[in-house]
Structures are given as C-alpha cells and as structure tokens.
Design a protein around this ligand. Sequence first.
Ligand code: WQD
Length: 343
Amino acid sequence: MNGKVIVTGGTGYIGSHTAVELITAGFEVVIIDNLYNSDISVLDGIRSITGVTPKFYDYDLCDSQKLEEVFGAEGKVDAIIHFAAYKAVGESVRKPLEYYRNNLTSLMNLLEAMERHNTTALVFSSSCTVYGQPDTLPVTESSPVKDAASPYGYTKQAGEVIIRDTMASRPGQKAISLRYFNPIGAHPTAFIGELPRGVPENLVPYITQTAIGLREELKVFGTDYDTPDGSCIRDYLHVVDLAKAHVVALKRLLGGENKANYEVFNLGMGKGVSVLEAIAAFGKATGVRLNYSVTGRRAGDIEKIWADPSLANRELGWKAGISIEEAMETAWRWENKLKNKKS
Ligand code: WQD
C-alpha cells in the first residue's frame, strides 16, 4: 500500500478514472462526492476494473463538519486529490454565486482540514481555461493567466491562487495544480466513462450521442475562425492518460521530488486538433457516419489553444500517448455500453 488518498469528486468523469489508476498503483482510495453530477453506480465500474470498491462518503465538501467526520473516521490521510467542483461554463454565467460559493468554499474547507489533520500533499484539478485566449501558442506554464471567459474559469484561477498562497504560508505542505486541456474518451473496458446529465455541452459526448441516435445532429460552432479549416482548435487528450498524470504528480509530492512546495503543470498532447478533424477522427475510428452541420459561433469560445506539455514530460516523466482515434473509439464503446444498459 502506497498510502491513503482522499479523492474528492471521485465518482465524476476524471475522478473515477483517477481512482482506478490510484488503486492499480497500490493506493487506498477514499472517495468523497455528493453525487451532484455523478452516479453511485460508478463505484461498481471501479470495482469491475480493479476488484476494489473504494470507501465512499456521500458528503458535500461545503459542510466542514462532514469533512471532519471523514478525517475522524479515516485516521491518517496521506494526500488529497481535489476534483469536486461545478464545471459547466454556460451554467456558471447564469449562476455565478453558486459557482464561487461551491468551488471556493469546498477548496478552503479542504485546505483547513488538511492543516488540522496534518495531510501534507494536495493535487488540484485545474484547467487550461486559466489562460483565456493566449497570445502565443503553444501555451507553457509561464504563459500569462489572462481574463477567464466565465465565472467557472475564475473559480479555477482563484482556486490556484488560494492554494499557492496557502502553501507559501505552510512550509510542511505541498501542492500541484494540473491544468487539463480537453479530456475525452472512456476507460477501454467501458466500465466507466463520461456521464453527462441532460444535453451534453462538450464535443465528444455530443458526437457519440448523435451517432447513437439520441441527438439529431451535431452543430459545429463556427467555421469562420482564423484556423486552417475555420473551426476551433483544442488539445484533446485521453482521460486515462490524464488520470495517470495524477498518480505521478502524487508520487512526486509524497516522494519529496517536488522542486517547490507549489507547482503547476500543463497536461495535454501538445497537438492542436480542429472540431472538423475531431469529427473525422471519430469517423475513422468507428466507421460511423456522423450527422452534422455548421452553425454560428458559441459565445465565450476560445479560437485556438493547445499545450506545451514539455514540463510535465520532463519533470513528471509523463506523456499523453493515446491517439485521438483511440479516444474516440473508447468513447463510442462506452456510449454503446450505456445504450445496452438502458435497453
Ligand atoms: C470543444 C470544441 C466547441 C460542442 C472544455 C470545458 C472547459 C474546460 C476546457 C475544464 C469547441 C466545439 C462543442 C458542440 C461544437 N475544461 N463544439 N459543437 O469549450 O474547449 O471547454 O474544456 O476546465 O470547462 O467546457 O470544450 O468540448 O465544449 O468544445 O462545435 O456541440 O468543440 O465550439 O471548439 P471547451 P468543448
């Protein structure tokens, strides 16, 4: 056993894939999730892959009493990986205070609990959204953090600052913020994957739901951008690659290999892929023809962004290697599995 890790948001999309990788790497995983945007059945998926059902607390991190209960019951906790947060960009524009209250209160409660219970390591789920529309590409960790496009984005920027300042005041503690680019795909076993509630906002679940007949057609939000084919460019990486980065980040902190007590890493493939190229990759990977049409731009969309992941490659010894075709294929396998479950 490598140690005990609390994974907040561990029944969510990235959290569940990370729980699997942590268990596989020999960690004891304790999940806290209020199931606001995830399903308890994810625990069965984790067990099917790993043979282990992680300990689970259906608690809201905004309730610091509940957090005390978890630490009281669990004893020594070596580290926390903090995923739990609201994450819908559009919704955050409509409900900014809910986003600020939920995402920041939960983080501050966790940081306070870490100090009380002498948990020394934290990995934080951050986002490339902190860069806004960068002036130069690819973006490195020292690219300027610009105005975020949404309250959601500001909660990630503020979250990073809160952690940085807290770590600066606590010599015995350390944290890493991981800035994800666009995670896609599902576990190759199709036991876990992305479970969007209602109409998906993100591209890949919208593609797979359209291909399976749940949605009529995919709308491509704009082909009049200043990009080679006119559609927006992102850096899509497979969720299992992303999950593995959390394990190496955690080992870096627990093994004392960190170079500062607060570090930041970009996690991406380092390759820009347009929306039209992503659609083509889906067709190539699955042989399924996708019904799509071009519509107007989506408010708040960034034209193009992709990562320079060389710091993570070098310092974490981590590299995203799963191709976009494989990612599309696993997303499609998962969509089919969901359909079979329902019927
Ligand atoms: C990708 C591209 C759309 C849907 C996401 C998260 C954000 C942040 C980064 C975590 C864009 C286009 C999409 C559709 C389309 N992650 N698209 N038709 O906007 O990069 O942001 O990743 O912090 O929170 O939301 O990802 O998957 O929504 O869009 O044409 O129906 O696909 O315009 O260019 P995005 P996305």
